[in-house]
Structure formats: structure tokens, C-alpha cells
Design a protein around this ligand. Structure first.
Ligand SMILES: C[S@@+](CC[C@H](N)C(=O)[O-])C[C@H]1O[C@@H](n2cnc3c(N)ncnc32)[C@H](O)[C@@H]1O
Length: 240
């Protein structure tokens, strides 16, 4: 979508080195009708690489699906711990758990059958070094807000999937495209955040707090955050 067909074909000559446990999981996911909502191998490898490069270990993930991205991140280091959640807790999670077990990381991936926004409000102290937000697109903005205000550690960072929303950000009549476009625009207006776009897969937003924000002493007020999240969640997007 981002590059011409020729560049895509050229890139495909150099496939990502995907561990066999991930190849096996992807083969199962590929039988699912919505298989393309899982991150691609290059994106999984990038998430894992980010954790290796920064030597960060504690991850929050919103949107488990079949556990493919969770597995990439858990494999970054033997001490990586991933908290992941999904509102769907059916066959997808059975398959995910089996794959995590086969890969020997099941004790380091903590699954919650939960709405990620609700789960985040239970972490009232800085807990996570990295967050990967890959759920319903309306949740990306409140998730980033909650993480930045409370549960992200100093020098932590956030990765949000689907910057391009499969091209829909350019279609004015697409609700999904408008939601993601609103989020992308909102992000660039936040003076206390640094963000950058990584144009791999469907595009990733990479987010960290600015130095000015970090130097302020952060207090956490769980009830204030909870009501702020509820307000954002309830408001129609155009009025935010
Ligand atoms: C794009 S898929 C996640 C793919 C996964 N990260 C991967 O790459 O393998 C999105 C998932 O988010 C889940 N989801 C949607 N809204 C959610 C929410 N508010 N909290 C938690 N999970 C949510 C959906 O059920 C779906 O399984």
C-alpha cells in the first residue's frame, strides 16, 4: 500500500527471519477470515527489536487476537513480561495459549479477558516500559492518555498500530478512517508528547513523553483518570 508493487516485490526477496514457533502460529491464523489484522512478520520483528535495543522488559498490549504480536515481544528477552488483553476470549486465546506454551514463554505472557481501557485503570503506578496499542481504533486515544498520565514508566514509550488504517485515512466517508485521522492529528497537537511515524506494515505511531513532561513530578489520581477515560470514551469523536 505504501510502496509501489515493484518495491514490495523487491522487499519480499528479503523476508524477516521469523522463528518457527511464530511461523506455525501464523499458519493457523492464516486460516482465519480476518487473519490480516495480525501484525505482519516485519512489524513483529520491529516490536521485538525495539525491546531488545532499549533493554525494556515490561510490556502492556491491548488487542491480543491470536497472540502473534505478544509472542514476538515475549521472545525479545528471557525476562520480558507481557500483559495482554482482549475482549474476545474464545478459540483465539486457546490457540494463543498453546503457541505461547510451545514457545516456552507462557509464564511471561499474562492474558486478561478484558477491555484494555478498563484494565489500564487498575494500574495506578508507573508499571510498563512499552505499550503496544492494537485494538478498536476509538480506544487508541484514551489508552495513550491513560498510559502517559499513569501507568507508563519514565522513559517508557508507546507504539500504536494502523497509522494508515489500510488507506482509509484518505477516505473522507470512512468512519474508521476518520477515527484514525482524528487520533493522528490529535497526537501531533500534544505538546507534552514526541511522536514519529514508522511506515512499515500499516504504519506505526511511536510515542514518548517530552523531557518537559518528564521533569514535572507526576502525581497519580486514579479517580480523576477513571472519570477522564469515561468522558473520552462516551464523547462523540468530533466533540473531543
Ligand atoms: C488487530 S487485532 C490484534 C492483533 C494482535 N495485536 C496481533 O498483531 O497479533 C485487534 C484485537 O483487539 C481486540 N479488541 C478490540 N477492542 C478492544 C478493547 N477495547 N480492549 C481489548 N481488546 C480489544 C479485538 O477483539 C481483536 O482481537
Amino acid at each position: 500500500m505504501i510502496f509501489s508493487k515493484e518495491f514490495t516485490q523487491y522487499t519480499q526477496q528479503f523476508p524477516t527471519q521469523e522463528p518457527s514457533c511464530l511461523q506455525e502460529l501464523r499458519a493457523i491464523i492464516n486460516k482465519h477470515a480476518k487473519h490480516n489484522i495480525s501484525v505482519s512478520p516485519p512489524v513483529g520483528a520491529f516490536l521485538s527489536m525495539l525491546l531488545k535495543m532499549t533493554q525494556k522488559r515490561s510490556v502492556f498490549e491491548m488487542g491480543t487476537f491470536y497472540g502473534y504480536s505478544s509472542l514476538w515481544m515475549a521472545l525479545a528477552h528471557p525476562n520480558t513480561h507481557v500483559v495482554t488483553c482482549d475482549i474476545e476470549n474464545g478459540e483465539n486465546i486457546n490457540v494463543a495459549r498453546k503457541a505461547w506454551q510451545t514457545a516456552g514463554v507462557s509464564d511471561r505472557i499474562e492474558f486478561h479477558a478484558s477491555n484494555g481501557l478498563e484494565l489500564l485503570t487498575t494500574y495506578t503506578q508507573p508499571t510498563f516500559d512499552m505499550a503496544f496499542i492494537d485494538a478498536n481504533k476509538k480506544s487508541s486515544l484514551p489508552a495513550v492518555k491513560t498510559l502517559v498520565q499513569t501507568s507508563l514508566k519514565p522513559n517508557g514509550f508507546i507504539v500504536v498500530d494502523n497509522f494508515f488504517m489500510r488507506g482509509r485515512v484518505l477516505q473522507k466517508d470512512s468512519d474508521l478512517g476518520n477515527t484514525v485521522h482524528f487520533f493522528n492529528t490529535w497526537l501531533t497537537q500534544q505538546k507534552h508528547l514526541h511522536s514519529s511515524v514508522i511506515p512499515i506494515g500499516d504504519g506505526l505511531s511511536l510515542i514518548m513523553r517530552s523531557e518537559a513532561y518528564c521533569s514535572k513530578k507526576q502525581g497519580s489520581n486514579p479517580s480523576k483518570i477513571k472519570s477522564e477515560v469515561a468522558r473520552i470514551w462516551a464523547a462523540p469523536f468530533k466533540t473531543l
